[in-house]
Design a protein around this ligand. Structure first.
Ligand code: RIB
Ligand code: CA
Length: 313
């Protein structure tokens, strides 16, 4: 087997974050060095709790979990209990975690790990607001050149916004952080709503998880039953978009996705457009391309991969 890819998942669990963490833990191609929690879908104490709940569900209490930033860099925290429920993991009744939270701050873990590991060997997978990542880059600029690549869930262009008419939640919560990351010079792959709104948890796909008949399959089924209702009611969609596991799926099988290397800027001052990811898809500016912006996805292939891997836990 080729060398395992070292990754760090930065997350605000969230049922879809939980699916991303489970997919990573079920995939031997990946070596999850640690999980850094950030405030987002729910406040930091809950995201730091939920990350450990997911690790224990997967039988992996050995994975170090760190708490990071409890608020955006310059703005007041906006949460999304209306989507994820009060706990952030509504839909499955799981025990309080026994595994401890690591004592170090997530930003210190990121700095120390990226300074220790060989340059370019660690992939960062942010699937919540980018506060931890931007704070890391601000406190230790030498880190940026040591990052292998960033594979993030966030943004929207053709699909427009899900929290405002123009902005996607992860970017909207901390647009200044997103702007720092997009301007950092790191190699970035973006999984925006343009892709994630094409991977919907239809009933047959949820039933495939239910049929696993495992504790993980049962928890996943409960989460997805709960998680889909917001998007079904809002968009009349046939299921909820499984945003965050798209990042891990891209690492495992990039052929499932398609997109274009383009310039993406973050609007931080717009009266109506703050948090918008302004993607120059048609190359009408001379702005330097800074991200692989993914729009196309093989949804059936994505769910086949996800279901097969979750069945291993
Ligand atoms: O807009 C979708 C994103 O916001 C996902 O990462 C979801 O978990 C929430 O954090
Ligand atoms: Ca998330």
């Amino acid at each position: 087997m080729p060398e395992r890819r070292k990754i760090i998942i930065d997350t605000d669990p969230g049922q879809d974050d939980a699916m991303a963490i489970l997919l990573a833990l079920a995939s031997p191609e990946l070596d999850l060095l640690g999980i850094t929690a950030v405030a987002g879908n729910v406040p930091l104490p809950l995201t730091a709790r939920n990350a450990r709940v997911v690790c224990e569900l997967a039988g992996r209490p050995d994975v170090p979990v760190f708490a990071g930033c409890d608020a955006p860099m310059q703005r007041k925290l906006l949460t999304a209990e209306h989507v994820h429920g009060k706990s952030g993991l509504d839909g499955a009744d799981l025990p309080e975690p026994a595994m401890p939270l690591q004592p170090a701050h997530a930003v210190d873990f990121l700095i120390e790990t990226l300074r220790r590991e060989p340059a370019g060997s660690v992939t960062l997978v942010p699937i919540g607001p980018l506060t931890n990542i931007a704070t890391t880059f601000t406190r230790a600029p030498d880190i940026v050149a040591r990052v292998g690549q960033i594979v993030l869930m966030g943004g929207a262009y053709f699909e427009v916004g899900n929290i405002t008419p123009t902005a996607e939640f992860n970017i909207y919560v901390d647009p200044e952080a997103a702007d720092i990351v997009m301007k950092s010079g790191a190699q970035i792959t973006m999984l925006p709503l343009d892709a994630t709104h094409k991977v919907l948890t239809t009933r047959p796909r949820i039933e495939a998880f239910r049929r696993l008949g495992t504790p993980v399959g049962t928890a996943v089924t409960g989460w997805l039953d709960f998680f889909e209702r917001f998007d079904v009611e809002k968009y009349g969609a046939e299921g909820g978009p499984l945003h965050d596991p798209c990042t891990i799926a891209w690492l495992l099988d990039p052929q499932l996705f398609s997109g274009r290397q383009v310039n993406v800027e973050i609007e931080t001052e717009g009266r109506f457009t703050t948090g918008m990811t302004v993607a120059d898809w048609w190359g009408v500016t001379d702005r330097t391309p800074n991200a692989l912006f993914l729009r196309g996805v093989d949804a059936d292939g994505f769910f086949a991969l996800l279901t097969e891997r979750i069945a291993r836990l």
